[in-house]
Structures are given as C-alpha cells and as structure tokens.
Design a protein around this ligand. Structure first.
Ligand code: SF4
Length: 388
C-alpha cells in the first residue's frame, strides 16, 4: 500500500503568487486536512531555527502559513527547537510577531525540561526527550532539506532526532559512530606509523585521541571515505561502514521515540527543499546551494516523505561549481548526497532501517498539488498584482 506524498513543484506556469511555494504549501496543508485535525490540540511545530547568520532554513513566510492553518483549525501552535537556536532566533527573522505564535525551547532554558526514556543501542542506554515535545498533543515536523556531514543529508527524520533531545543525548548519539574499534594498535608498527595515518587525511578527519595519547580518533562528519588513510594504515586503521550507518540508525531511533509520544495520526511531516547547502543549518551560515530547489513535500508518513524527497533529489546532480573549495566529489555512486559525504552515509539504507523499525513505509504516491501547464500568454498580465 502506498502513502500519498503531496508535492508543490518549484516550477510555475504563470507569473502569479498563487503558483509559488508558499501558496502550494497551503494546498498541501489542505490535502493533509490539517485544520480538521488540530482542534483543541497543543501543536508543536518543530523547526530548525539555525545558528549565527544562517538564512537558508525554512523561511518565516512558510512557518506563518503553517501557524495560520493550525489557528484556523482551533489548535494552539508553538514553534520549538533547541534552546540555543531559540534564544537567537530573532536575529534570523523568527519572532512571535513574524511567525504568529510563541517560540519555546524543546528541552527547556537550561535543557533540564526532559523525560528519561530507557533504550539500549550501542553505547546508549537512555534518551532524554524534550518537555515541550512531551506536552504537545500534535506535532508538525517542518524541516529544511540540506546536506549533512554526518548523515549525508538532513530532513524530517533528522529534524526530530537531534532537535528534540538534550545535549547529553545528542553527544551520546554522536558517539555511536565510535562503537566498533577502528584503530588497531596491535597492527600499528610505532609512533611514526600512527602519525603517518593521522597525517594521511587531507581533511583533518583523523586526530590524536584526547583520552589516549597513543590512540587515534576519527571525526566522522569530516570523513568522505576516500580511503587514503587505509592505504597508509596497512590494516591498523579502518573506515567501518557499520560505524557510519550507526549514526543514521540512531537518528531513526530518536525520531521514533519522539513520534511514540503522540497518538497515531497526530503528526504531519513537511520537507522544504529550497536553498540546499552541502552542510547542516547547525553550522550557522549559508553558502551556495548545491542542488536546485525541489519544492515542498508533505505527508502523514515520515518515511514516505523522506523517500519521495530523496527520489526527487536523485534526479539532479550536485552543482559542482557551487561546492566549497575544501569539499570534493569522491565517487558518483549512489545518491548525490553520497557523492560529497561518502558512500557509507547511505540515505536509502537509512530509510530501509526506518521502515524495519516501524517508523513508516517507503512506498509512496507522489501527488503534484498544482501541476505546471502550458502557458496562456494572452490571458495573463505580465506582472500580477497580488492582494495585500
Ligand atoms: S577515508 Fe579519507 S576522509 Fe576519511 S579519514 Fe580516511 S583519509 Fe580522511
């Protein structure tokens, strides 16, 4: 069985505001029957509000559309994200006035408003979920699509996974990528060999282990699996696919724990695929987009939504001229996000694991909410006057 994924294409036929992405978001929210579903609910709108001078997150115009739809349906919306992003959100244009509702930190001002959830996965024994999420009774996951150095890409799953838990949990989630040993001292011939391995990485992804002067530590987010280090290591240092995919899997787990706090049917998922930079909004700046805008996607199924978004992006190659000079394409195998972040950060395998975990279904039907048509040049004035 397929799940509908409603899609607003970035393409227009006429020069008309009714054919733009904010207008298509309205149509998607209608198709999701949002306003019929939110009456009386405390609605958490989970956004990534960015850091520092980033300006490519979901624009307040889109956020306000969602807020207005919730209010029209009798819901009580609030926008939420991690405390440090909420504290500075006004500097990037997100205020109660611009978006139309309050902004609350998902885990409290000092990340003490959390609930402990026991769950064993690799080094993790528990997650601490944000109180704002726990107190909400309806969730709108409003995510910006972009590349991500640790997961290959980030969208609806990642927006929930790392934006609704406290700092302890985020740190432990990142540490799952160090679970399987990758530096083997018994195969290292000495200090010169250890240093040669460290220095073989052109991106500085291999550093001294701060807890062990004779050890090595791999920064997974910097590693694109070019294998240069393995050529030097002679078996003493390994780039293990299992460690890379573990971080994608733990994102699925955290997203599932977040969604398990809501009654079935009390969550909708939206991906905004515009100005897609090579790295996450966490970095606090906006560079050139590396993929053309793909539009807005909305669904009741987070996995179907992610699958539809990934498939749409798979059709367009990376805009290589827009890549920062320190990033390179190591392979053109797999999804374009893997071209720049490496084959072991496999977004399709992540969605297979998400389906196995019970997060949703990868089978979807893409429904264009306003298909592009043949233009009628005679009927439309060159510039349409929009109502105020
Ligand atoms: S695989 Fe390449 S990017 Fe990764 S640590 Fe080794 S040399 Fe660095």
């Amino acid at each position: 069985m397929t799940t509908p994924v409603y899609w607003g294409s970035p393409h227009q036929t006429q020069l008309d505001h009714n054919e733009t992405l904010p207008a298509k978001l309205d149509l998607i929210l209608e198709r999701l029957r949002l306003h019929e579903r939110v009456e009386g609910h405390r609605v958490a709108i989970k956004l990534h509000l960015g850091n520092r001078v980033g300006y490519s997150m979901v624009h307040p115009v889109f956020v306000r559309k969602v807020v207005e739809a919730v209010k029209a349906g009798g819901g009580k919306p609030f926008v939420t994200d991690l405390p440090h992003s909420v504290a500075t959100a006004h500097t990037r244009g997100y205020t109660a006035e611009t978006v139309g509702c309050p902004l609350y930190p998902s885990t409290g001002i000092d990340e003490k408003w959390v609930t402990e959830i026991p769950y064993n996965y690799r080094n993790l024994e528990r997650f601490y979920l944000g109180g704002a999420i726990e107190e909400a009774t309806f969730l709108i996951d409003l995510a910006h699509v972009k590349g991500h150095p640790a997961t290959g890409w980030g969208a609806a799953i990642k927006n929930l996974a790392l934006g609704c838990v406290d700092g302890r949990t985020r740190g432990a989630m990142h540490d799952v990528s160090h679970h399987d040993p990758y530096f083997h001292k018994d195969r290292c011939t000495g200090e010169a060999h250890r240093v040669a391995i460290r220095e073989s990485c052109p991106y500085g992804a291999i550093v001294d282990d701060r807890d062990d002067p004779d050890g090595l530590h791999l920064h997974y987010f910097k590693c694109n699996q070019c294998q240069r280090c393995e050529e030097v290591a002679d078996g003493a240092f390994e780039i293990l696919r299992s460690n890379f995919m573990a971080f994608l899997e733990v994102n699925n787990i955290a997203a599932k724990l977040v969604l398990d706090t809501f009654e079935p049917g009390n969550a909708v998922f939206i991906n905004v695929a515009t100005h897609m930079t090579p790295v996450c909004d966490c970095f606090g700046f906006t560079g050139l987009p590396v993929m053309p805008d793909a539009g807005v996607f909305g669904s009741d199924d987070i996995v179907a939504l992610e699958m539809a978004t990934l498939d749409a992006l798979a059709e367009t190659p990376i805009m290589e001229d827009n890549l920062p000079g320190m990033m390179e394409i190591v392979s053109r195998e797999g999804h374009p996000w893997q071209w720049i972040h490496g084959p072991y950060k496999d977004p399709y395998e992540q969605l297979q694991m998400a389906e196995d975990l019970g997060l949703g279904s990868r089978a979807y039907e893409l429904i264009d909410v306003l298909p592009v048509t043949e233009p009628d040049f005679k009927q439309v004035a060159y510039i349409q006057a929009a109502p105020s």
